[in-house]
Design a protein around this ligand. Structure first.
Ligand SMILES: Nc1ncnc2c1ncn2[C@@H]1O[C@H](COP(=O)(O)OP(=O)(O)OP(=O)(O)O)[C@@H](O)[C@H]1O
Length: 253
């Protein structure tokens, strides 16, 4: 993969060098991500559908974890809970010391933007925007994409091997290249937590391996937590730990 290994030690993401450790958040001694007895059920005509039953785990910045399990076992639901997209029916999700769902509803999008980066199976790049503009999107959302932010985005795109493609549209890239843009976009605000739902699901094995390596390298360099949901044994094995969802129950692999 071209362009990998470019030093980014002087690039500040949110005031923190990409190559350095993020400062420890003042979490009052709590891990950076704490999932405490989180449960989710959906109402159905025949009664509540229990999708997630009392999941508890915690992770610190720099750690990675895979969530595996059969189709319909609740993996995407758990990811949505972690991502501030779907409130749990019971329990709490605490990120960088803040119980996400205790925030006033209007503050949740800002919190999500600062603390969480998302990578999906589909890249969800904006088709009419260039590669550089797509990576800047999370910064434009908070009105701060000046020269310093542009430089951060350019350096990240250099890091993912796409410095020669800044003005290209997503339609002019391969599937693996689009996913690398999506990874740069997820990391541009140096979030506490990166959530990836089948990030290699649309890629061939070789390209998937490259995207996995890149995701882990940048997660380490930004000192984020990485949680991936996947059916891929290769991607799951690349994470530091792995948990399995079986009928809504989360168990160690
Ligand atoms: N909004 C909803 N309302 C009702 N049921 C839902 C809703 N969202 C998900 N479900 C149900 O919750 C269960 C778990 O779905 P989920 O998408 O989390 O599974 P998954 O493990 O990610 O599956 P896959 O691997 O196929 O993507 C399924 O039975 C699904 O139909």
């Amino acid at each position: 993969m071209g362009g990998r290994g470019v030093a980014l030690s002087n690039v500040a993401l949110g005031g923190v060098p990409l190559g350095g450790r993020a400062p420890a958040a003042d979490n009052h001694g709590m891990p950076d991500l704490v999932v405490d007895h989180a449960a989710k059920s959906y109402p159905t005509p025949s009664g509540p559908l229990e999708v997630l039953r009392e999941a508890s785990f915690s992770l610190d910045r720099g750690q990675s974890m895979a969530i595996v399990g059969p189709s319909g076992s609740g993996k995407s639901t758990l990811l949505a809970l972690l991502g501030g997209l779907e409130p749990p029916t019971a329990g709490t999700i605490t990120i960088a010391g803040q119980d996400s769902y205790a925030l006033p509803e209007k503050e949740l999008p800002k919190f999500r933007g600062e603390q969480i980066g998302f990578v999906f199976q589909e890249h969800y790049l904006l088709p009419q925007c260039t590669v550089l503009e797509n990576v800047l999107t999370p910064l434009l959302a908070v009105g701060s994409a000046g020269p310093a932010e542009q430089e951060i985005a350019r350096e990240l795109l250099d890091r993912v091997g796409l410095s020669q493609r800044l003005t290209h549209l997503p339609s002019e890239l391969s599937g693996g290249e689009r996913q690398r843009v999506a990874i740069a976009r997820a990391l541009v605000r140096k979030p506490t937590l990166v959530l990836a739902d089948e990030p290699t699901g649309n890629l061939d094995q070789t390209t998937a391996g490259g995207v996995t390596d890149l995701l882990l390298e940048l997660q380490q360099e930004t000192n984020s937590i990485l949680v991936v949901v996947t059916h891929s044994p290769d991607l799951a094995a690349a994470m530091q730990s792995s948990k399995r969802l079986d009928d809504g129950r989360l168990v160690d692999q």
